[in-house]
Design a protein around this ligand. Structure first.
Ligand code: AMP
Length: 545
């Protein structure tokens, strides 16, 4: 016998409809690329998203067509989140920090139809425009007064003109909740970047799960400032959660330095924020240097890379801000675990509580996890004793089952997604990342593909073998270190090899240092044993510029 409840699909458009109807006066504040602060209510944002949905349709954007963005966190980007996904198209957020060649690859692979971009990225878009044959329309996310006087982009459209061209009489279509809503590429694994294709259903379930008190704890009395970019796993879902709970939203635009962020936190009385550790270092340096305090901030979610234990304590002890560590990945929408305390921990002293919170956290409902031996991912689950470390596998309705266009084949292991992280889990279910089995470097919360770097190094006529590994860095958490075997007789220097990278790779991907060695360990399958290299260079001190 079936239940007799209404069959309403879980759709992204329902979030903005709810925010408009029930929190219509709540505001979304944005620092704009144009330099000023913009305010609009959810009612205005919803109406503009409907006008934009009509404008996209008028441009020929149809069901499941990809609408790409290269944009900061701001209200126009949020309007696109709802206009594109809500109308049945797929929002494809592109990371502007990637090299133009990678952007060209991603836009082509995704078969983007429209590309909307903030003016900051005009030079980048000009560099790729001629190389992206699938893109039919380019839209500058600004008003007529700020449109570039001259550009090489053909028929550049103005965002505000598009909005002006339509009225807001539009009804969001009733889609199948399993329809694709958004697409995000990750370079977190080997080879080319791979697309993770979210659905309306997965997004809505993630929004419910992520807003819970033991997760990001979002409520209508909150003022949320997502520092984590909207091009990085949908700003961890906060633009959706804010609409679900009716919270005030504050978008920092391009102003991600400590001073700009602090000013916005105070001016808008932000209560909850989220971002990678590097951002908080900048903010803490600014408040420390000027003897400032946070007058409204209660909680901040730190994830994307391990939160340094000292940061946890500094925020808590000196500024009265609770740090919640979160762990997840693009393939997980991204939330997996959150480091909130259980009832049993409340009686502990402060230091013992911090020790629990240093873990990456425990799963939120909707996610399950297990650890297995690195040698046999199909093998039995390892015990949750806080000691055994193994490869971390996850599953749940907001976790990817494959990559866009089946790139890389079936990633699942017996129905579980292998995260590429190595972890321990304790008896209370708190997970701690101890290492990574995937071969990548995470610098300031953004991926650097070691394979690309190795391929370039191997292209140098005097390099016999090259391995790129992550080395610890005080500011960026990790930076690339290149370990090189020279060809016999070669006197190649560090400076010569680093100069060879110029123009071939985004500048911030260039290795921080090069070490020349006699040999690189090779495993039974003929692959370089980078885990042994990582071990060898565990305490390597990179030169600090
Ligand atoms: P991304 O797909 O870019 O969000 O990156 C996901 C990866 O970042 C994870 O698989 C981890 O390797 C790493 N990561 C994310 N959050 C944390 C955290 N709190 N601590 C340590 N590593 C993390």
């Amino acid at each position: 016998m079936n239940g007799q409840m209404m069959q309403l699909p879980l759709l992204i458009s329902s979030l903005i409809v709810h925010a408009e109807r029930h929190h219509g006066q709540q505001v979304v504040v944005s620092r704009r690329v144009e330099g000023d602060i913009h305010r609009e209510t959810y009612r205005e944002l919803g109406a503009r998203a409907r006008r934009l949905a009509k404008a996209l349709a008028a441009l020929g954007v149809g069901d499941s067509d990809r609408v790409a963005t290269l944009a900061w966190n701001g209200y126009r980007h949020m309007e696109l989140y709802y206009a594109a996904s809500g109308s049945g198209a797929i929002l494809h957020t592109i990371n502007p920090r990637l090299h133009p060649d990678q952007i060209e690859y991603i836009a082509g692979h995704a078969e983007d139809r429209v590309l909307c971009f903030d003016l900051t990225f005009l030079p980048l878009v000009q560099a790729v425009a001629g190389r992206c044959p699938t893109i039919r329309h380019y839209v500058a996310m600004t008003d007529r007064a700020h449109m570039p006087a001259s550009t090489t982009i053909p028929n550049l459209l103005c965002y505000e003109d598009l909005i002006e061209s339509q009225d807001d009489r539009y009804t969001w279509p009733v889609l199948d909740e399993n329809q694709a809503s958004s697409l995000c590429y990750t370079s977190g694994t080997t080879g080319n970047p791979k697309g993770v294709l979210y659905s309306h259903r997965s997004t809505l379930l993630h929004t419910y799960g992520g807003a819970l008190p033991d997760a990001l704890n979002c409520g209508s009395a909150d003022c949320i400032l997502p520092v984590v970019p909207m091009f990085h796993v949908n700003a961890w879902g906060l633009p959706y959660m804010a609409c679900m709970v009716g919270a005030k939203l504050v978008f920092p635009g391009p102003g991600l330095d400590g001073k700009s962020l602090y000013e916005l936190f105070e001016a808008e009385q932000v209560t909850l924020s989220a971002g990678v550790p590097t951002v908080w270092q900048g903010l803490l340096a600014h408040v420390d240097a000027h003897g400032l305090k946070f007058s409204s901030m209660k909680r901040t979610v730190i994830g994307g890379s391990a939160c340094p234990p000292a940061m946890l304590r500094k925020f808590g002890d000196e500024y009265g801000v609770q740090v919640i560590q979160g762990w997840g990945m693009t393939e997980m929408s991204p939330l997996g675990t959150v480091g909130t305390l259980k009832l049993k921990h409340l009686g502990l002293d402060r230091e013992q509580r911090y020790r629990v919170m240093e873990h990456q956290g425990r799963v939120i409902y909707g996610v399950d996890m297990k650890i297995v031996s690195q040698d046999d991912l199909h093998g039995p689950e390892l015990p949750w004793d806080g000691e055994h470390a193994g490869d971390l596998l996850v599953r749940g309705p907001w976790i990817a089952s494959r990559y866009f266009k089946d790139e890389g084949g079936d990633p699942l292991v017996d129905g579980w997604f292998p995260t590429g992280d190595v972890a321990r889990i304790d008896a209370d279910g708190y997970m701690q990342i101890t290492d990574r089995s995937k071969d990548v470097i995470k610098s300031g919360g953004e991926w650097i593909g070691s394979i690309d770097i190795e391929n370039i190094a191997m292209g140098h006529p005097e390099v016999a073998m090259a391995a790129c590994i992550a080395a610890k860095h005080p500011k960026w958490d990790e930076r690339p270190l290149l370990v090189v075997v020279r060809k016999p007789g070669s006197e190649l220097t560090r400076a010569q090899l680093l100069a060879y990278f110029e123009g071939k790779i985004a500048k911030w991907w260039t290795p921080d240092d090069v070490v020349f060695v006699e040999s690189i360990p090779i495993g039974a399958t003929g692959k370089m044993q980078k885990n042994r290299l990582r071990e060898q260079f565990r305490d390597y001190r990179l030169p600090t510029a």
